[in-house]
Ligand binder design. Structure first.
Ligand code: GLN
Length: 220
């Protein structure tokens, strides 16, 4: 099939490409608008969102990606990539795609726990792909998805058309557990505040490839 593009300007694009290749999907590094032709989907990796956004602007990728997304190209942004997909970034006017009706707060989990791992709730932890049945054969039943958070942003608001795919259970000071969204979807657009490319669990990439396959069959 058509390759999945991975923005390769800065940050963690290699691990995304490894994940795709483990699932038998072709990938292509994207640095220029010309690299966008004929893609099945596009991943925007983690890294430094101000740097990636500035380089996207400089190389003319912001407009090209926006147009492709409006024509239905599936996009998945992880961590810095999720920041770039957000319409609103708290206290920042940095360059962005601004395609998703979400508000993100950068580096929102505090200096002392800049990185952590946590099991996630929600549909992504229940997800089993029919297209990749072998990939979960080695996982125990009811294996939750584990989120790897590295100086992660927080999704602090989401519009009514944005659905939650995974959440983190955080206990509030009052003691009542709160569910906060860490993976969300708005049509062909997926944003994750964690790094799905850094575990052995391939389910997030399986889901994205399913979204890409469905989008391709709609166009064809
Ligand atoms: N803190 C980074 C930013 O704000 C995101 C971190 C990451 O992608 N791991 O862009």
């Amino acid at each position: 099939g058509d390759p999945v593009g991975v923005i390769a300007l800065q940050g963690g694009y290699d691990r995304h490409r490894e994940m795709l290749s483990r699932l038998g999907a072709a990938s292509r590094p994207v640095r220029n608008p010309g690299d966008m032709a004929g893609l099945a989907g596009l991943i925007i990796p983690g890294g430094e969102s101000t740097t990636i956004g500035m380089l996207m602007e400089r190389f003319g990728l912001l407009g090209e990606i926006r147009n492709s997304a409006r024509r239905g190209l599936p996009l998945m942004g992880t961590c810095a990539g999720a920041i770039l997909l957000a319409k609103t970034i708290e206290d920042s006017n940095q360059p962005r795609l601004g395609l998703m009706d979400i508000t993100l707060r950068r580096n929102a989990y505090g200096r002392q726990i800049e990185s952590f791992e946590a099991p996630l709730g929600g549909p992504l932890s229940e997800f089993r792909s029919s297209a990749f049945p072998s990939s979960v054969a080695t996982l125990p039943h009811h294996h939750p998805l584990v989120g790897v958070f590295i100086r992660a942003p927080r999704i602090i608001a989401q519009g009514p058309q944005v659905e939650t795919l995974a959440f983190l259970e955080s206990s509030s000071r009052e003691g009542s557990p709160q569910e906060e969204a860490v993976a969300v979807r708005q049509g062909n657009l997926l944003a994750l505040s964690f790094h799905p490319e850094l575990t052995e669990d391939t389910r997030v990439h399986e889901l994205f490839l399913e979204v890409c396959q469905k989008a391709a069959s709609c166009v064809a």
